[in-house]
Design a protein around this ligand. Structure first.
Ligand code: F6P
Length: 353
C-alpha cells in the first residue's frame, strides 16, 4: 500500500486542517494508504531526527472547522538553500518510506516543492494563502475567511466612525496583492480602497474625506499593507519572513493617518488588523474549497501525476505544473471588473482627480 507524507508550509491559513483531513481520508479510503504527518513544514523533514507521526482516521476527524494546522508550520525552513539540506530531506523521505509528499503551502512552498520534485521526490502541491495571490489559482482557501473577517471589522468601524464623525483607516494583509483590501473594502462599504496595484494620491484621498465630512460626517478607508502613495516609499515596519525581497510591509495605515491629519480638520484613526485575518474557523466556502483541493491532491497522488499543483481555474478544479506557478505572484490586474465596478459606484481608488 502507498505511504504518503503530508506537510503544511509557510504562514498558516484557515482551511489547512480541512485539506489535511480530505487528503488523509481520501487516500485511506480509496487505497488504504498510510499517511504520515510531518511537523512544522519542511523543518520537520530537515532536522537530524525527522518529526513525523502517522495520521489515523480518528486524528483527522473533527478538525474540518478548526483554524490553523494540526501539523504545525514554519516559514523559515528551506531545504533548497544548501545542497546538504536538500540531500538530507531526500534521504529522510526515502528512509521514511514515503512514495510521495503532499505539500500545502504558498508560493515559497511551491518553489521548494518544484525543486524537490526535480530532484526525484514525487510531490503534489496544494495552494494555500489568505492573500489569494498564487499564480494559476483564481481562488485559494483562506481568502474568503480573511475577507469575511475584514468585512466584519469595517462594519464595526463604521458605527464608531459615524458617531464621532471621523476618518477611519483599516489596514489589511495581502502582501503585494490587493485582493483582500479590494473585496473586503467593497463588502464593507469602504469609501476609499487603496491597493498595492494602484499608487494613491494623498490629495485625492483627502478631498474625498473633506467632501464626505460635509454630508455623511465619516469616511472609511480600506488600505492593503503593500499600498503606497504616488512617488512614495513603502513604510518600513515589518518584513516578510525569509523573503528575498527587502521591501517591508505594514504600517501603511499609520503613515496615511499622519498624512491626512495634517490636511484635514477631522480626527483620523487607524486600525491594523494583522494576524486576526489568519486565525479562526474557515467559512463554509473555504471548508468546501479546501476539501475539494485535498481530495483532488489525493487523486493526483493515486494517478502518479507529480510535480503538479491542484488549482481552481474558471470555477473548475484542475491542476497545473509546479514549474508554471513556483515563481511569481498574482496581483489584481488593472482591468479587473471589480475595479471598474468600484469606480462606477463612486468608491475612490485614490486616483488623482
Ligand atoms: O502571506 C500571508 C501573510 O499573512 C501576508 O498577508 C502577510 O504580509 C504575511 O503573511 C505575514 O507574515 P508573518 O506571519 O510572517 O508576519
Amino acid at each position: 500500500a502507498l505511504r504518503i507524507g503530508i506537510l503544511t508550509g509557510g504562514g498558516d491559513c484557515p482551511g489547512l486542517n480541512a485539506v489535511i483531513r480530505a487528503v488523509a481520508k481520501s487516500l485511506m479510503r480509496q487505497c488504504g494508504a498510510t499517511v504520515i504527518g510531518i511537523a512544522d513544514g519542511f523543518a520537520g523533514l530537515m532536522e537530524a531526527a525527522p518529526r513525523v507521526r502517522e495520521l489515523t482516521w480518528e486524528s483527522v476527524s473533527g478538525i474540518l472547522m478548526r483554524g490553523g494546522t494540526i501539523l504545525g508550520t514554519s516559514n523559515r525552513a528551506n531545504p533548497l538553500r544548501s545542497e546538504a539540506d536538500t540531500a538530507r530531506v531526500l534521504e529522510h523521505a526515502r528512509a521514511l518510506g514515503l512514495q510521495a509528499l503532499v505539500v500545502i503551502g504558498g508560493d515559497g512552498s511551491m518553489a521548494i516543492a518544484h525543486g524537490l520534485s526535480q530532484r526525484g521526490l514525487p510531490i503534489v502541491g496544494v495552494p494555500k494563502t489568505i492573500d489569494n495571490d498564487i499564480l494559476g489559482c483564481e481562488r485559494s482557501f483562506g481568502f474568503d475567511t480573511a475577507v469575511a473577517t475584514v468585512t466584519e471589522a469595517i462594519e464595526r468601524l463604521q458605527t464608531t466612525a459615524e458617531s464621532h464623525g471621523r476618518v477611519m483607516i483599516v489596514e489589511t494583509m495581502g502582501r503585494y496583492a490587493g485582493w483582500i483590501a479590494l473585496e473586503a473594502g467593497l463588502a464593507g462599504a469602504a469609501d476609499v480602497i487603496l491597493l498595492p496595484e494602484i499608487d494613491y494620491d494623498v490629495e485625492a484621498v483627502a478631498a474625498v474625506c473633506r467632501a464626505r465630512a460635509q454630508r455623511q460626517r465619516y469616511t472609511l478607508i480600506c488600505i492593503g499593507e503593500g499600498a503606497k502613495p504616488i512617488g512614495g516609499e513603502l513604510t518600513v515596519q515589518r518584513r516578510i519572513a525569509d523573503s528575498p525581497d527587502p521591501i517591508r510591509l505594514g504600517g501603511v495605515a499609520h503613515a496615511l493617518r499622519e498624512a491626512l491629519e495634517v490636511r484635514l480638520d477631522v480626527e483620523v484613526r487607524a486600525t491594523v488588523l494583522g494576524h486576526v485575518q489568519r486565525g479562526g474557523a474557515p467559512t463554509p466556502f473555504d471548508r468546501v474549497l479546501a476539501t475539494q483541493f485535498g481530495n483532488e491532491a489525493a487523486q493526483l497522488v493515486m494517478q502518479g501525476a507529480f510535480d503538479r499543483m491542484v488549482t481552481l481555474q474558471e470555477g473548475r478544479l484542475t491542476s497545473v505544473s509546479l514549474a508554471a506557478v513556483a515563481h511569481g505572484s498574482r496581483c489584481v490586474p488593472q482591468d479587473h471588473p471589480l475595479l471598474r465596478a468600484a469606480r462606477q459606484i463612486g468608491v475612490s481608488l485614490g486616483e488623482p482627480a
